[in-house]
Design a protein around this ligand. Structure first.
Ligand SMILES: NC(=O)c1ccc[n+]([C@@H]2O[C@H](COP(=O)([O-])OP(=O)(O)OC[C@H]3O[C@@H](n4cnc5c(N)ncnc54)[C@H](OP(=O)(O)O)[C@@H]3O)[C@@H](O)[C@H]2O)c1
Length: 366
């Protein structure tokens, strides 16, 4: 989805577009347009306003747009054997053969389901989380379970090192681990807010740092970041969680362009409500942080709403997301984003068309 741009501000809009285009270079822009699809581009143009686009074209000139200097050419990179990604909507049941995947948050919910789906497709799978004992079922099915805490750099470094030493390569990183630190901005202690970012964003980014040298050497790899529809919309008393997921969206978008020249693809998964331990944990955090504060009554209303979202009636199964992740990991040409689960597509589209005030009015019902 294009970044919303203030249509009233023509100068800053065209500057913004020009900056983007000059970074992408001509072929990058062509790729961008083909990835965005016609309606995506229409959306961008209508947001930028006609004069913003005219300004961009006249400044870029007929000769085209300046390219991005300083990046190594793909041909100059050292090569490890490149294994093809194949299959489209239904993954080929052998598409993971010879490939290695690392899945974070594999002790529960979406991560556990994704690890299982990838193993079914023939991937050598490493599942990581703090509670190794909760990954025994995965271990029984041949998945290697490792202890990793995303707030502990040493455990991330040694975990990735072990995967690469043992398996010799790494094709897919599923950055899935995360939790919801709910409560008002005023009442969530800053240490907890930092921890929320540590797990949901910095841990994810640190793993990207650790795996990219190997993927670059292979000239192939896929990084699948589990964001949320909460990376598109917002709720009162969910600010820190939404801030991390909005950040995952932004980081992933920049990262996609940074890593594309090296043959590494970045995919974003945007689940709607999913029936996992996420909701009870978020509800518990919300209750703890709101008790005895001016936000308590509102927190109770939100907790009731979250509670209603537990169970199969209003939440999709983690297996559905696991299958979508497996598809994103194996399809020949992955989409940039995969909204998945009850209402995820609707929320994404609503965010695109609704003005902020209209969305505020809807969300404020909470
Ligand atoms: N469920 C939903 O409605 C929903 C919707 C949209 C997006 N998501 C996102 O989907 C992802 C997976 O969530 P889920 O629904 O599967 O929730 P879940 O069942 O609670 O699983 C969360 C996983 O994250 C791991 N984790 C938490 N803190 C960690 C830390 N410090 N270090 C390492 N691992 C840690 C947990 O493992 P340990 O506790 O064993 O470490 C667990 O395996 C999250 O990023 C979440 O934000 C969920």
């Amino acid at each position: 989805m294009p970044t919303p741009i203030n249509p009233g501000s023509t100068a800053s809009t065209s500057q913004h577009l020009l900056g983007l285009a000059s970074q992408a270079g001509r072929s990058g822009v062509r790729g961008l347009v083909s990835q965005a699809g016609r309606s995506g581009v229409r959306d961008l143009v209508s947001q930028a306003g006609r004069s913003g686009v005219r300004d961009l074209m006249s400044r870029a000139g007929r000769g085209g747009l300046p390219g991005l200097g300083g990046l190594p050419r793909r041909a100059d990179l050292p090569k490890l054997p490149r294994l093809p990604f194949g299959g489209e909507e239904e993954p080929d049941p052998t598409s993971g053969h010879g490939k290695v995947a690392l899945v974070t948050g594999a002790s529960s919910g979406i991560g556990s389901a994704a690890a299982l789906e990838l193993a079914k497709l023939g991937f050598t799978v490493y599942g990581v989380a703090r509670r190794v004992e909760r990954m025994q079922t995965l271990a029984n099915l041949g998945i290697t379970a490792l202890r990793m805490d995303l707030t502990d750099d040493a455990s991330m470094t040694s975990g990735v090192q072990r995967v690469i030493e043992e398996a010799g390569r790494l094709d897919v990183l599923v950055n899935n681990a995360g939790y919801g630190s709910y409560g008002a901005v005023e009442t969530v202690p800053m240490d907890e807010a930092r921890r929320q970012f540590e797990v949901n964003l910095f841990g994810l980014a640190r793993l990207v740092q650790l795996v990219t040298p190997t993927m670059r050497e292979q000239s192939s790899g896929r990084i699948i970041n589990v964001s949320s529809v909460g990376g598109k919309i917002y709720e009162p008393l969910g600010a820190w969680y939404h801030a991390t997921k909005f950040a995952v969206e932004g980081l992933s978008d920049s990262l996609r362009l940074e890593l594309a020249p090296f043959g590494i693809e970045v995919v974003i998964i945007e689940p709607g409500p999913i029936d996992t331990e996420w909701t009870p944990i978020a509800r518990r955090n919300l209750a703890e942080r709101s008790k005895g504060t001016p936000y308590e009554a509102r927190a109770r209303r939100l907790a009731t709403m979250l509670k209603r979202m537990e169970g199969p009636r209003f939440a999709s199964s983690p297996e559905l997301v696991g299958r979508r992740i497996a598809l994103a990991a194996t399809t020949g040409s992955p989409r940039t984003r995969y909204p998945v689960g009850v209402g995820a597509g609707t929320v994404t589209r609503a965010r695109r068309v609704l003005p902020d005030r209209a969305l505020d009015a809807i969300v404020n019902q909470l």
